[in-house]
Design a protein around this ligand. Structure first.
Ligand SMILES: C[S@@+](CC[C@H](N)C(=O)[O-])C[C@H]1O[C@@H](n2cnc3c(N)ncnc32)[C@H](O)[C@@H]1O
Length: 232
């Protein structure tokens, strides 16, 4: 959405949907400029709307990829895939999540075409669309559950994949529950607020520091990033 902060009064009343202006988005991203420039630093926007913040972060990451790899399409492609795979979002409204995915894909694809020209591959485009389908979810960031068409919680928790490049062109995928990730990063006295789990399932302790760590709920075999949708 360009320069329009509100879709309807109803949506503002029901969901507090007021989009952030570009100027404020850029100013806030400037506060974490180093992280935005790091290709694989992970960003999660828990009420992402149509992706104002995620779009800006992606543009900055892709600028960095271009600075480093614009003369080598092989490297540009795999690092641009890594950049987009590090961006995560949740919105309770299905249309917002869909618009966010489409917007991030368009940003990525425009740069991809500019840099890789004739070496662009539709297989890579499909892989990026698949990654976005897993990273930008329709869910309730307060209960940390996925929601249905009527914004009601389903029985499925919000689950995000962690993607990491491995042996040059392979992507490793490990899935984590969002509630567990937050629990692992929350002080014990704050745990009551987000205690969705009966016990510490999917949590373990770092053997060195003793701190709680989230355990993946699923680990996939590493596959070439172009074939990522086949790693089930
Ligand atoms: C104030 S808007 C901000 C959108 C975007 N972050 C931006 O700055 O442009 C709040 C967004 O949160 C979404 N939202 C409201 N309640 C939510 C919830 N419980 N879980 C996830 N998203 C929610 C709304 O649909 C809306 O898109």
């Amino acid at each position: 959405m360009v320069n329009k902060q509100i879709k309807s009064k109803q949506r503002v009343a029901n969901h507090g949907e007021v989009f952030t202006n570009e100027r404020e988005v850029k100013a806030m991203c400037d506060l974490v400029a180093d992280e935005c420039d790091r290709i694989d630093s992970r960003f999660l926007e828990p009420a992402c709307g149509d992706g104002n913040f995620l779009a800006e972060v992606l543009k900055r990451k892709l600028n960095r990829v271009k600075q480093l790899y614009k003369t080598n399409t092989y490297d540009y492609e795999r690092y641009s895939v890594l950049a987009i795979s590090s961006i995560y979002g949740v919105d309770i409204l299905k249309d917002n999540a869909a618009e966010c995915r489409a917007r991030l894909f368009a940003i990525w694809n425009k740069e991809y075409q500019k840099v890789c020209k004739k070496s662009c591959s539709n297989e890579t485009r499909q892989a990026v669309k698949y990654i976005l389908s897993q990273n930008i979810l329709c869910g309730n960031a307060l209960t940390m559950m996925q929601v249905d068409e009527n914004q009601q919680d389903t029985d499925t928790p919000i689950i995000f994949p962690e993607w990491s490049l491995f042996m040059g062109t392979k992507l490793k995928r490990r899935d984590f529950r969002l509630d567990v990730l937050l629990k692992a990063n929350t002080k014990p006295e704050e745990n009551k607020e987000i205690s969705l789990l009966d016990d510490d399932k999917y949590l373990s302790r770092n053997p060195v520091t003793g701190e709680k760590m989230a355990d993946p709920i699923k680990i996939y075999p590493a596959v070439h990033y172009k074939k990522i949708m086949e790693a089930q």
